[in-house]
Write a protein that binds this ligand. Sequence first.
Ligand code: SF4
Length: 269
Amino acid sequence: MIVKKGEKVKGFFSPESRKVRKKLQLKSTNPFIQTFSFGLPDFPTFRLPLTFTSKSVNLPPTMAHQIPEDGTQLPLMEEFYTIQGEGFHTGKAAYFIRLGGCDVGCHWCDVKESWDAELHALTYADQIIENASKHPSKAVVVTGGEPLIYNLDYLTAGLQKRGIKTFIETSGAYPLSGHWDWICLSPKKFKSPMANVAANADELKVIVFNKSDFIFAEQNSKLVSPACKLYLQPEWSKSKEMTPLIVDYVMNNPQWEISLQTHKYLNIP
Ligand code: SF4
């Protein structure tokens, strides 16, 4: 694709293009809307190795995943059987289904490779259900990326038909779809959670990256039901700094509990 100097482009950047962005010292850290004005007067256009999704502007139809609206196919990044490491279900075996695609843009995200849905193969939901049902634990965690970008009705109905409990980890940035036994809402400052996700959340898990996240946590606790469990979880790279603050906070505000990323301590996925 040719991007003209100063042109605004929306899209998901491939890892290669992030390197390009760094090389050109583009100021914005928003990976989805970028203005290219890299000051090369005799070089008015630049060929970028961008990968676009169906949300992108000027998208040639052949470049996009044709993700069916009925959710019978989904961009699957990975699926694996492990132990849920965080939140209410910590310590329980579960089959993880990670869907590609996210436009929330958390700078500390530890699964940035999930952002570009185009990089992840469209997979039949029936196949995912079949794979999940082969494991001893009858629980799945659907995560991402941001899984609610997609219609999850078909996937979750199929899982529940097989007697599998359905749990989701979502930022709440997209409307709720799917049939859920447990909804973990992990809201992000970069894109507010939708009211219908917050109202149905069983668990609110706020990632604490800096002190202002305690205020953010309290703001979000007002959006969820009184029965919703409340968790504060240190962001992994800041955990040494933030964990003592969370300990103090929970001791003074015992409606909150601490969630740790125990899978990272256990060195499991
Ligand atoms: Fe990463 Fe989740 Fe934030 Fe998306 S919402 S950028 S997947 S941490």
